[in-house]
Design a protein around this ligand. Structure first.
Ligand SMILES: [Mn+2]
Length: 327
C-alpha cells in the first residue's frame, strides 16, 4: 500500500472543502474518476466539485448532475480552488495540461494532490500518487474509497464505471487485468447497469459523425508492410460535416482493429495549422516516447501530441518517425 494513498486518505478524512480537476478537453477517465470522487466526498458531507477546462465530449454529457461539474470560467472557480482544503489533479502528469488552471492550482493554499497512471513527470504536487499499473484513475479512486472503508453508492459507482470502461477500451486493452474486472464486478454489485452505460457512451453517434468516420476510413494510409496505419480528419472535413473535434473520440480505435497493425495514428486538423495526433500501439512500440519527440506524451500504448504546422507536413513527419520506430 503506497504511503501517498495513506496521506490522501488522511487529508480526505480531515478536510471539508475539495476541488477536483483534470486535463484540458477531459476524457471518460477524467470525467468519470472526477465525478466518482466528487460524489463520494459529497456523500460524506463534504463540499466538492469537479472543475473542467475545455470541451466535454457529448457522450458524457448525461453523466454529471446539477452542480457537480462546472467549467472553469475565471474568478469564481479560481476562488474555490484557492480556498479548498485540497485540490485533486486527476489523469495527468504534466501540469501544463491544466492549461489556464495551472497557475491557479500552483497558487492554491490547500494540499495539491496529483493522482495519475501516466509515466512520471515533474509537477507541483505536494502529494503525487502515481502508478502506471492502474487501468484508469477511476480504479485509483476506487482504491481510495476502499482505503477509507467508504460505501460505494450507485451514482459514484456509475461514474467510476465510465472511467474504467473507457480507459480499458471496454475491457479490450492490455490494461484490462484481473483488478479491473474485479472492480467492474464491485461496481455492478453497487448498482451499475453495464449495458445502459455502454449504450449511452458508445451507441449515441450522430449520423454526420458516422459519415465522417466513413470518409476517414476510406482514405486510410498504410506503410511498413501494414504495421503502420493512419487516418486523417482535415479542417475541411470538420467544417463540411459540422462535427466537433471532441466527437471524433473512438475513431482511432477503429483504425487499430486492422489486422497486423502495430502503430495506429489519427491526425486531426482542429484548426488550420494545428494538428492533434493520437498514437496507439499493440505491443512492440512505446508510443509515449514517439509522442515525446513531438513534445507530447501519454502511455506506452496510447499517447498524443499537438503539432503547429500544416497538415501535410505533420503527416509526413509523424509517419516517417513511426516508420523508423518500426524498423
Ligand atoms: Mn486515464
Amino acid at each position: 500500500m503506497s504511503k501517498e494513498l495513506e496521506t490522501i486518505a488522511r487529508i480526505v478524512r480531515r478536510g471539508r472543502r475539495f476541488v477536483v480537476t483534470t486535463h484540458v478537453n477531459p476524457d471518460g477517465d477524467g470525467i468519470g474518476a472526477g465525478l466518482g470522487l466528487v460524489r463520494f466526498l459529497r456523500e460524506r458531507g463534504k463540499d466538492a466539485v469537479l472543475i473542467t477546462i475545455g470541451k466535454i465530449p457529448v457522450q458524457y454529457a448525461w453523466l454529471p448532475r446539477r452542480g457537480e461539474m462546472i467549467p472553469f470560467r475565471g474568478g469564481a472557480e479560481a476562488r474555490r480552488i484557492a480556498s479548498a482544503d485540497a485540490v485533486f489533479v486527476l489523469d495527468l502528469a504534466d501540469w501544463r495540461r491544466l492549461g489556464p488552471l495551472e497557475k491557479v492550482v500552483r497558487d492554491a493554499r490547500g494540499a495539491r494532490i496529483t493522482i495519475d497512471h501516466h509515466p512520471d513527470h515533474a509537477n507541483g504536487s505536494d502529494i503525487y500518487w502515481r502508478d502506471i499499473a492502474f487501468s484508469s484513475v477511476g480504479e485509483m479512486i476506487f482504491r481510495l474509497i476502499g482505503k477509507l472503508r467508504g460505501k460505494l453508492s450507485g451514482p459514484a459507482a456509475e461514474a467510476l464505471y465510465v472511467s474504467l470502461m473507457t480507459d480499458t477500451g471496454c475491457f479490450r486493452f492490455s490494461n484490462s487485468d484481473a483488478d479491473a474486472h474485479e472492480m467492474a464486478a464491485a461496481l455492478i454489485e453497487a448498482g451499475v447497469a453495464p449495458y445502459e452505460v455502454y449504450t449511452r457512451v458508445y451507441e449515441a453517434s450522430s449520423f454526420a459523425r458516422l459519415q465522417l468516420l466513413g470518409r476517414m476510413l476510406a482514405r486510410i494510409g498504410r506503410a511498413s508492410g501494414g504495421r503502420l496505419a493512419w487516418g486523417v480528419v482535415s479542417h475541411k472535413d470538420f467544417r463540411e460535416s459540422g462535427i466537433r473535434d471532441e466527437e471524433t473520440e473512438g475513431f482511432i480505435d477503429v483504425i487499430r482493429t486492422l489486422e497486423g497493425v502495430e502503430i495506429s495514428v489519427l491526425f486531426k486538423e482542429t484548426r488550420p495549422g494545428v494538428v492533434r495526433v493520437s498514437f496507439r500501439s499493440r505491443r512492440a512500440v512505446d508510443v509515449n516516447r514517439l509522442a515525446q519527440r513531438f513534445d507530447g506524451g501519454g502511455h506506452a500504448r496510447a499517447a498524443g501530441a499537438t503539432l503547429q504546422e500544416p497538415l501535410s507536413r505533420a503527416v509526413r513527419r509523424v509517419v516517417a518517425a513511426c516508420r523508423s520506430a518500426l524498423r
